[in-house]
Design a binder for this molecule. Structure first.
Ligand code: ZN
Length: 332
């Protein structure tokens, strides 16, 4: 008997461990956990990190993640979107097991000390069969469910906020199976070949979510005009200026995600009668998960001519525009 075990044990190890696990995991189908249009009011910027080292790798073998990021971030573009209120909704039927709703919506860059409450305000839902989802950084005072409550898919849980470890308004959506963090874009058996759509990719998101959540490596988040050099952090920045004084500088700013080394960015600002007051191009020497940039001009002697000023931004990669946007302000 002892001999039999010695032979069997190494054979058993040749069965891929992931395959064994996958067959024993009950399926789950998740809806998008936010009530907004992806690519419209909301964007998916930061994905689950599949790299076990200090490097980072999203499910598409891109770098839209940070080291150890164990969920998916659904972000809003501006603070105004947060104030307007965008609902966080249950991704599947389940029972609420935990909530927290006492943390302020203050950028972590300003707040600094979180007292261990990095998730901010949140909701945890048990979906049965070992599946749990967690919704973090909700807006203070917005949590509308309580522990023990049964919720249906799509039911409102609260609003997207900026509580806890957040620099901009977003939902950190985390999925776990028996305490293990799972990327909802791949399911429990994350493919190592970076061919999304294979293996577990159809496992977790429902078909509607899969359609809406196509991989987008680069996008413009927001663009604005400001009379002062704006802070890089969304949470500290005011709303884009709609009007300013003739003696103020005119500064165009942009928030991008997924810029890459070698990209060329172009800012241009035109004044009344299409007169160009700025046309600036620059090659980026580094890629960034978040890229904030601005360019502008001081007012000429005597001030700007009153009228409408339009800022446009283009990000070019291999000759093609990968992100673009436009903003305008009136000088009175
Ligand atoms: Zn996150």
């Amino acid at each position: 008997m002892v001999q039999t075990w010695i032979i069997l044990a190494p054979l058993a190890l040749h069965i891929p461990p992931a395959a064994v696990r996958a067959s024993s995991i009950p399926p789950i189908a998740l809806s998008i956990p936010v009530d907004c249009k992806i690519g419209g009011q909301c964007l998916v910027q930061k994905l689950f990190d599949h790299d076990p080292s200090a490097e980072r790798r999203d499910y598409h073998c891109g770098v839209l993640t940070t080291d150890g990021h164990d969920g998916v971030d659904f972000r809003l573009r501006t603070m105004a979107d947060m104030r307007a209120g965008v609902a966080v909704i249950a991704a599947a039927d389940g029972m609420v097991v935990r909530v927290r709703d006492a943390e302020p919506d203050i950028s972590v860059k300003v707040r600094k000390e979180l007292n261990g409450r990095d998730a901010g305000n949140g909701v945890v839902i048990d979906h049965g069969n070992g599946w749990v989802t967690q919704y973090s950084h909700l807006r203070l005072g917005s949590v509308s469910v309580r522990p023990g409550q049964r919720v249906r898919v799509g039911e409102k849980l609260g609003l997207i906020g900026m509580s806890g470890n957040a620099e901009f308004p977003h939902l950190h959506f985390a999925l776990r199976f028996q305490e293990r963090s799972i990327d909802p874009f791949t399911g429990p058996t994350a493919p190592q070949d970076c061919k999304p759509g294979q293996a577990g990719a159809t496992y977790v998101w429902n078909s509607r979510a899969r359609q809406a959540l196509q991989y987008r490596p680069t996008a413009l988040i927001a663009i604005g005009i400001s009379p002062v050099a704006p802070p890089a952090s969304v949470g500290e920045r005011g709303d884009p200026a709609r009007s300013s004084a003739p003696t103020d500088p005119i500064i165009a700013w942009v928030d991008i995600f997924g810029s890459m080394s070698g990209d060329i960015q172009r800012f241009s600002i035109t004044g009344p009668d299409q007169t160009s007051i700025l046309d600036q191009s620059k090659t980026l020497d580094q890629g960034h998960l978040s890229w904030f940039s601005y360019a502008g001009r001081r007012a000429p002697a005597g001030g700007w001519k009153p009228g409408r000023y339009i800022a446009t931004y283009e990000l070019l990669r291999d000759g093609a525009i990968v992100a673009t946007g436009r903003s305008e302000a009136v000088i009175r």
